[in-house]
Design a protein around this ligand. Structure first.
Ligand SMILES: CCCCCCCCCCCCCCCC(=O)SCCNC(=O)CCNC(=O)[C@H](O)C(C)(C)COP(=O)(O)OP(=O)(O)OC[C@H]1O[C@@H](n2cnc3c(N)ncnc32)[C@H](O)[C@@H]1OP(=O)(O)O
Length: 254
């Protein structure tokens, strides 16, 4: 196991990241990222299964991070064991009746839906956040297990990655939120295994309501595949306040 100091330093490396992927550029990531189980694997760093478009866009956006205007969001299957517990406790306190029917034994197998696929088969994505512009751009390469109509993505898979992107935009602005409404217009089918860009924008906040819209486009911007608008509601903490925004921006414990 890694000592506390090293783990803290690694946490800083893996949290909000501007510039090139720091752990990787320091030559540390392979060794350090494998010190714990797969839960500590940052899925938003380049992998062999990424195609050249995904890799090129990752490099382009990473370059934009150098002046601090954009930051790359790390992505784990879970935030951290401790933070997951705190988060779960908060959510379960908010929805006590739902908590009663949750199978507690199965909870140990829980993982983030979009990160539950074998590398390259499902959702490969990395998100970049521009605070000043209230934007999150998601570079998404969908794998062959996301097929709907032959040769194209399933609409539910497209809806999922849209929800993840607009949801992350709402989280970094509002903390713990839930999707209340998601409207999607599918304009053109997305070819299976292609890489696309999802551009999301926080349009406004009214009290507990956050309105986020997005467009899914081809990487050259010529094809508009999908448009969506969404409404997220900030949960009102009834018991303990839990800072999900801080947790997604700094996924490992301090
Ligand atoms: C384990 C560790 C891993 C952690 C890793 C985390 C990081 C990785 C994150 C990735 C990002 C994923 C993002 C996915 C996010 C989901 O997919 S969430 C799952 C899908 N959503 C749900 O299940 C939500 C179900 N709905 C609900 O629980 C409740 O309806 C809500 C949304 C919490 C709202 O309930 P409420 O808090 O009681 O609020 P309520 O008083 O009803 O409404 C508040 C206001 O909103 C309005 N409103 C509510 N709903 C609507 C609606 N549908 N339409 C219009 N207006 C509405 C109300 O009219 C009201 O307006 P005002 O009267 O104030 O003007």
């Amino acid at each position: 196991m890694l000592g506390r100091g090293a783990a803290r330093a690694l946490g800083a490396l893996r949290g909000v990241r501007g510039g090139a992927p720091p752990a990787r550029s320091l030559g540390l990531s392979r060794r350090l990222l494998s010190f714990e189980k797969v839960l500590d694997k940052d899925h938003s760093l380049p992998k062999p299964c990424w195609g050249k478009d995904m890799r090129r866009l990752f490099d382009q956006f990473t370059k934009k991070c150098e002046d601090g205007s954009w930051i790359q969001l790390a992505s784990y299957e879970q935030i951290s064991a401790q933070r997951s517990q705190d988060f779960s406790a908060f959510i379960h306190a908010y929805f006590p009746s739902a908590s009663e029917v949750i199978n507690k034994e199965k909870l140990s197998q829980a993982q983030l839906f979009t990160r539950g696929f074998e590398d390259g088969m499902g959702f490969e994505y990395v998100m970049f956040y521009n605070k000043a512009e209230k934007r999150i751009v998601c570079v998404f390469q969908g794998g062959p297990h996301l097929q709907g109509m032959p040769g194209f993505f399933h609409g539910g898979a497209t809806a999922t990655i849209i929800d993840a992107t607009v949801g992350m935009n709402a989280i970094v602005s509002g903390g713990i939120v839930m999707t209340a409404n998601l409207n999607i217009n599918f304009k053109s089918p997305i070819p299976l295994c292609s890489t696309v860009l999802i551009n999301s924008q926080l349009d406004k906040i009214e009290g507990r309501k956050l309105f986020v819209s997005c467009k899914v486009q081809s990487i050259d911007g010529k094809i508009l595949y999908t448009e969506a608008t969404s409404l997220f509601i900030m949960l009102e903490p009834k018991k303990k306040k839990y800072d999900l925004k801080e947790a997604v921006l700094n996924p490992l414990p301090a």
